[in-house]
Unconditional design. Structure first.
Length: 331
């Protein structure tokens, strides 16, 4: 059973007397049949929890540095109108009690915790996003990762690997950027795609008459491809219906170890194996992670084989952040 978590904050110009503020709110909590327990804060303001018979829990804190916070938790099936009335009554009363001392009031939409369909993911730099996910359309577990395709009203179907948003049907900007946005000539060339299980890059490059594209799916199994073939067709079209065509071949990692390529495109946004945690912590391509990007560029300059590189910053719709795409070449 999912839980809704509401927050209501009052920033103050000066600290307030906890006793008078709290006493003015008690009648509102008692009207909702919430019973309070006061906790010792060792001199750090006032802290009380309120518990109701219907599973509602409220937390009231009057911080000593001039901040009042109220948290309210309830089950998702609870009466939303009653909860709104409770929060509105608390806000109205505190405006009276703290008259002239309030610099800002902030009430956030409820966070739904423990729902059957997860709607929350962080950006690469750690900011929380709530997506408009309404259903799971595909879910499988391979030996290496959890694979989900979720439906969003804004972004279409979204591929999520191990809880990491990879690509949505809305994200053609990603495919364009990673293939060079028309600046690279693929005609007659042999091309390697590392990853790319959603099929978007393969479908785009196949239009440009290369000699051969080898797409190496590094998840070691076909479950990502299978899901995208069925539910990401706005991204891949029909190209994943067959894993071999006139100008392309979809392979798995061990099948492509001894092949050379003129152009390579790395579409690995998730990783498997013993280095996964370290790679995930470093993240990488968010434009806000300037230190990580600088470190990456330093490593490119230290390679034993001299390379040149350029980069392009693109807004990927479902990421809700700017993403940096690199093109590197042997000098």
């Amino acid at each position: 059973m999912a839980v809704r978590h509401y927050t209501l904050d009052f920033s103050l110009s000066t600290a307030v007397d906890s006793a008078s503020t709290v006493s003015g709110l008690m009648s509102i909590f008692h009207e909702q049949e919430l019973t309070e327990t006061v906790h010792d804060t060792n001199g750090h303001g006032y802290f009380a929890t309120f518990v109701g018979k219907n599973g509602r829990v409220a937390i009231l804190r009057v911080h000593s540095h001039g901040l009042v916070t109220i948290d309210l938790q309830c089950y998702e099936e609870d009466n939303i109108a009653q909860l709104d009335n409770l929060l509105n009554a608390l806000e109205k009363k505190l405006k009276v009690l703290l008259n002239g001392n309030i610099t800002r009031i902030k009430k956030l939409p409820a966070i739904v915790r423990g729902a059957n369909v997860d709607r929350y993911w962080p950006t690469a730099d750690g900011r929380l996003i709530e997506y408009d996910i309404d259903r799971v359309v595909y879910e499988e577990d391979s030996a290496y990762q959890n694979i989900k395709i979720l439906h969003s009203q804004q972004y279409g179907n979204i591929l999520v690997l191990d809880g990491d948003v990879n690509l949505a049907e809305s994200d053609f900007a990603y495919t364009q950027a990673i293939t060079g946005n028309g600046k690279e000539n693929y005609a007659g060339k042999e091309v390697l795609i590392l990853g790319g299980g959603d099929g978007g890059i393969l479908a785009e490059l196949a239009k440009q008459k290369p000699k051969m594209i080898t797409m190496v799916e590094i998840s070691f199994c076909s479950k990502v491809i299978d899901g995208c073939r069925m539910y990401m067709r706005k991204t891949c079209g029909n190209i994943l219906d067959n894993l071999k065509g006139d100008c392309y071949q979809v392979s798995f990692f061990t099948e492509a170890l001894n092949t050379s390529f003129l152009i390579g495109r790395n579409d690995k946004t998730t990783y498997v194996g013993q280095n996964e945690r370290r790679i995930r912590e470093e993240k990488g391509n968010s434009a806000n992670l300037t230190e990580a990007l600088s470190l990456y560029e330093e490593q490119l300059e230290k390679l034993s084989c001299p390379v040149g590189f350029c980069k392009e910053v693109v807004c990927v719709p479902s990421y809700l952040e700017q993403w940096v795409f690199y093109t590197a070449w042997k000098k």
